[in-house]
Design a protein around this ligand. Structure first.
Ligand code: SF4
Ligand code: FES
Length: 280
């Protein structure tokens, strides 16, 4: 397919402004920006701040899609402002608002505190039973390429919160642990160096854990780093069900497929779900 050629043009930025300390409700303001090919939304917002309205608040740092600071709602889609070319998404009007499902600190700056609190609650680090080895390591714990593949994509998360802002479950249950933290729990659960499954399952299997997910899949669609949070959550549901039925332990012990104690019926072990988004 031929590459689309963009031309410079004027674009109207329609920006949702809100200062919770002063305003009773958000207000939409319009700014016209002369856009040239190659300009990102972050460039356009800087131009507004420098030439039209220095009171506009936004958050950014790296300008290269790495720090996760500049997430915002662009024409209705959670996106990174530094990673989005204006002319790729509009040639006329661009609506810009703070990320849904988060409180607003000011204008385009969401309060990501719940993201970090939920992230920490799932113990997103290697947990080991052998405390001696942790304190006095005797060697390295190697990973095979196959072992690495099980969790590699989840390590690419930059904690931008786009997945959480796209999540319909979080929109109705603010306590839902959500699509950033739950995949990080999965990332460590499947790491062969980790012993933290039982610690994490109290959180991820709780009322606001993985079973609240309805598998809308929007988290995976909007993730700018190619992470597939929806898949990790479905895989963790599977892990928890298998753990509950103690099938893993029973099979490892007996190598036969008879019923474990206390289990009426052995269900078919579900296949792992397919990828939610195309893998690059
Ligand atoms: S999973 Fe993707 S969208 Fe969600 S916080 Fe991590 S990088 Fe952002
Ligand atoms: S400024 Fe760092 S991701 Fe956009």
């Amino acid at each position: 397919m031929a590459k689309k050629i963009h031309k410079e043009t004027d674009i109207v930025f329609h920006i949702r402004r809100y200062n919770p300390e002063l305003d009773s409700k958000p207000l939409w303001k319009k700014y016209t920006v002369h856009v040239e090919p190659g300009m990102t939304v972050l460039d356009g917002l800087h131009q507004i701040r420098e030439t039209q309205d220095a009171s506009l608040s936004l958050r950014y740092s790296c300008r290269m899609g790495v720090c996760g600071s500049c997430g915002m709602l662009l024409n209705g889609r959670p996106s990174l402002a530094c990673n989005t070319q204006i002319l790729d998404i509009t040639t006329k009007v661009l609506t810009v608002a703070s990320l849904p499902n988060f409180d607003i600190i000011k204008d385009l700056v969401p309060d990501l505190t719940p993201l970090f609190e939920k992230h920490i609650s799932t113990s997103p680090h290697i947990v080991r039973n052998d405390a001696d080895e942790m304190l006095n390591p005797t060697g390295e714990f190697y990973q095979t390429p196959e072992e690495l593949t099980r969790y590699l994509q989840f390590t690419y998360c930059i904690k931008c919160g786009l997945c959480m802002s796209a999540c319909p479950t979080l929109a109705t249950d603010p306590e839902y642990i959500g699509s950033q933290a739950l995949p990080q729990a999965y990332r460590y659960n499947v790491d062969t160096r980790d012993d933290g499954f039982n610690l994490r399952k109290k959180i991820v299997g709780s009322t606001h854990g993985v079973f609240r997910c309805h598998y809308a899949g929007e988290c995976s669609n909007v993730c700018p780093k190619g992470v597939d949070p929806a898949r990790a959550i479905q895989l963790m549901k599977r892990e928890l069900v298998l753990d509950y039925l103690k099938l893993k332990k029973h099979r490892a012990k007996s190598h036969i497929c008879s019923k474990p104690e206390g289990v009426e019926r052995i269900p078919e072990i579900p296949e792992a779900p397919p990828f939610t988004v195309e893998q690059k």
